[in-house]
Design a protein around this ligand. Structure first.
Ligand code: S3P
Length: 425
């Protein structure tokens, strides 16, 4: 169903969202002044900066993408004067809860309509086990969360779901605990927190699927450049990959090995994606990615692969709509708890566009290729990654698709639409 779209050129994408969140939340805990360049200036990451400002942190914008953060020290935060608003950001409320659980004061954190429906029991339960007092709606499972922090004890916690947010929350709380905190992951999730805390001088050790952090008195400040976000790059990788004749270079993209599952699946589908100029920046692997359009074939994504591509599933569904055969993604039930139920959202949108697809409880299938019905109004359900996927699908197919609630794209990727339009003109 490929139209005549061809994309050529060289782009860079905004800073990594996960790493920007962590820089905004961790640097205020350091002793000394941090410099963070390449910061993602978007609604989600500004929620993390806002939370830390509410706790007394001095976060100055040297430019929209460069922060100068005066550290308050691990024990220098102050009780917030008002309810903290995490907006749409699960990362802010979940990782932030780990910091708040250790503070000798009361905090209340809430968020927008979507965030207030997202499960928080996964952090409330282990943080409570460490000694924090946390209340929330629906039996302490939903925001707002009311957190009375205090002295914490170490814990060994086997996470029921692979979640970097939960792991990070517990490791942060562990910096303040009376003894080490060990988190056992069912599958390895992104390790940005471990890398950043180690760079700040914390003692973080790993053995297989277990990671341990020791209690700590002081963190060193950060001086780093955030790499481009592979999860944002994914939309453009897919756009170029599904349009034969295209050739696109994405400069300076983070290629943390726990984030590259989507690239591996695209390669398996036949996409020509090469990485060059591999380097380490700010403790994270970075590369330039060169993608050339090709005919794609369907692929099967296994449950073990899901943590490494969890945020890329909507974009992969677009690739699947252009690929010959039936693509299946299983073991991805976590997608139902993201900014929207991403399984239901993608299947509803693709079906209305005439793409053959269906849901499983833990995933979905998409059968391609098929002509895309023009002029259909698709619902992003207020989810940035669904909105961007649909825009890429329309651009690649050369078919107008109207996307409801596309303003949510600013959650993670301000400038997405102009970058897209600049490429397909
Ligand atoms: C994130 C972890 C993932 C991911 C989210 C960002 C992080 O969520 O989906 O977009 O920055 O730690 P989970 O921790 O729920 O797996």
């Amino acid at each position: 169903m490929s139209g005549k779209t061809v994309v050529r050129g060289e782009i860079s994408v905004p800073g990594d969202k996960s790493i920007s969140h962590r820089a905004a939340m961790f640097a205020p805990l350091a002793t000394g002044v941090s410099r963070v360049r390449g910061f993602l200036h978007a609604e989600d990451t500004l929620s993390s900066a806002g939370m830390m400002r509410a706790l007394g942190a001095r976060i100055e914008e040297v430019s929209p993408t460069e922060l100068r953060i005066g550290g308050a020290g691990l024990r220098g935060l102050v009780e917030p004067a008002d309810v903290i608003d995490a907006g749409n950001s699960g990362t802010t409320i979940r990782i932030g809860s780990g910091i708040l659980a250790a503070q000798p004061f009361l905090s209340v954190v809430t968020g927008d309509r979507t965030l207030r429906r997202r499960p928080m029991g996964r952090v409330v339960e282990p943080l409570t086990r460490m000694g924090a007092s946390i209340w929330g709606r629906d039996g302490n499972r939903l925001p707002p969360l009311c957190i009375r922090g205090g002295p914490l004890r170490g814990v060994r916690y086997e996470m029921p779901v692979a979640s970097a947010q939960v792991k990070s929350s517990l490791l942060l709380a562990g910096l303040y605990a009376g003894s080490p905190v060990t988190v056992v992951e069912p599958a390895r999730s992104r390790d940005h927190t471990e890398r950043m805390l180690a760079a700040m001088g914390a003692k973080v050790s790993r053995s297989g699927n277990e990671v341990t952090v020791d209690p700590c008195e002081r963190l060193d400040p950060l001086d780093m450049t955030v790499p481009g976000d592979l999860s944002s790059a994914a939309f453009f990788l897919v756009l170029a990959a599904v349009t034969p004749g295209s050739s696109l270079t994405l400069r300076g993209v983070g290629v943390n090995p726990f984030r590259t599952g989507g690239v591996e699946v695209l390669r398996r589908m036949g996409a020509d994606i090469r990485s060059t100029g591999n380097r380490i920046e700010g403790g994270e692997p970075v590369a330039d990615l060169v993608v050339r359009g090709a005919a794609l074939a369907a692929a099967t994504v296994t449950p073990e692969e899901v943590p490494g591509l969890i945020d890329e599933v909507p974009a992969l569904c677009v690739a699947a709509a252009f690929a010959v055969g039936r693509t299946e993604i299983r073991g991805a039930e976590e997608l139902r708890f993201k900014e929207s139920d991403r399984i239901a959202a993608m299947v509803a949108a693709l079906s209305s566009l005439g793409v053959s697809c269906g849901e499983y409880a833990d995933g979905l299938w998409v059968e391609g290729p098929a002509p895309v019905r023009p002029g259909v109004l698709c619902d992003s359900r207020g989810d940035h990654r669904i909105a961007m996927s649909l825009r890429v699908l329309g651009a690649a197919a050369g078919v107008p698709i109207e996307v409801k609630d596309a303003a949510c794209i600013d959650t993670s990727f301000p400038g997405f639409q102009s970058l897209l339009e600049g490429l397909i003109r």
